[in-house]
Design a protein around this ligand. Sequence first.
Ligand code: KE4
Length: 425
Amino acid sequence: MSRNLELFERGKKSIPGGVNSPVRAFGSVGGNPRFIKKALGARVWDADDQVYLDYVGSWGPAILGHAHPVVIKAVQDAAVDGLSFGAPTEAEIDIAEEICKLLPSIQQVRLVSSGTEATMSAIRLARGYTGRDTIIKFEGCYHGHSDSLLVKAGSGLLTFGNPSSGGVPADFSKHTLVLEYNNVEQLHTTFRELGSQIACVILEPIAGNMNLIQPSAEFIHTLRQLTEQSGTVLIYDEVMTGFRVGLSCAQGLHGITPDLTTLGKVIGGGMPLAAFGGRADIMAKISPLGDVYQAGTLSGNPVAVAAGLSTLKLIQEPGFYSTLSQRTQRLAQGLAAAAKEVGVTMCADSIGGMFGIYFCENIPSSYAQVSQSDRARFNRFFHEMLAEGVYLAPSAYEAGFVSSAHSDEIIEQTIAAAKRALTRL
Ligand code: KE4
């Protein structure tokens, strides 16, 4: 029996579904998950010693490739001085200053341990700052698993959401409006009717949790204008896009100054580190300064900060993002060209170091559109790529990630593997 399968069967006895995060169970694509035992650069090795070119990258953090020697050394050096103190450290100030330097919209920042904590705290802060209860999210965007955000669209245009998960009381979701990504008209209608009641809008400024979906400039700028006019806090959830799409993040690409930003993934370099930050007058409401409570035993953990800070230094090297973006774009274009050559309906898109693959005619711009793509065909493609030694995200609704360890040669190998896989669909 495959060691992967053996571990999966064993794991299910003590861990629900055998995994500690649902998407890892391969439920969306079928088959059995690969238990990864080692990762280095652009590659991962599974329990059966199979090697794969990795385009999950821990869902975004591994932007330097896995086990970058500088990051590993920073972690080792921090660890020998102790793992956690529950007290302030100089390193937390160092990384806070680095984040504020890189993102001018962030005047003050609070470190936490996960993206979920970051978005949950940012929403509570926006509610505390505005004294309002209603929040807006967009269908297809994922911001972690706090109750207010596990909400699906209500039936009518301005009806409040319904829980999208068991265990979330309807009362919790009744303050959450779910709108359609890229729907400018709906923004105008909603803010005309409810603008003065809305505490915050939280969005993925470039969506990556319904596959890669890019916003229109009109959508982004209308949202900033309407939130400004109504005193609504605009939260850019850059947990995924932060330092993934560029050194100035999505807000820099958009030329937008959000009121609050959430970060994660890349800023932790693979360790549990995330953050929320923004306007000083809003951040002044967070405890111990203000009455909005937020806390965490391992917040600003020195080992995680060491991984994050060393990562943030390395991504500032000249040409880092131009090379990463060019290679990611080459991958997306190469995949689309391969599909065209073999006569499979598939398109692809990319921005910075993230890409999307869609089994449909045109690049989608909303959840409804991406939901029309051929998921069954993606699933077959996913497994054929595994057979070719390429590990894609195990879901048709996830973005893919390239690292600086993905050389031009690796990109070309991947395109060639995809062409072989596509002929077998
Ligand atoms: P975490 O709590 O998983 O650290 O972050 C939640 C989160 C918040 N905001 C955005 C934009 C995110 O993409 C995420 C988490 N992303 C998923 C990937 N689709 C994490 C993978 C998983 O759930 O296992």
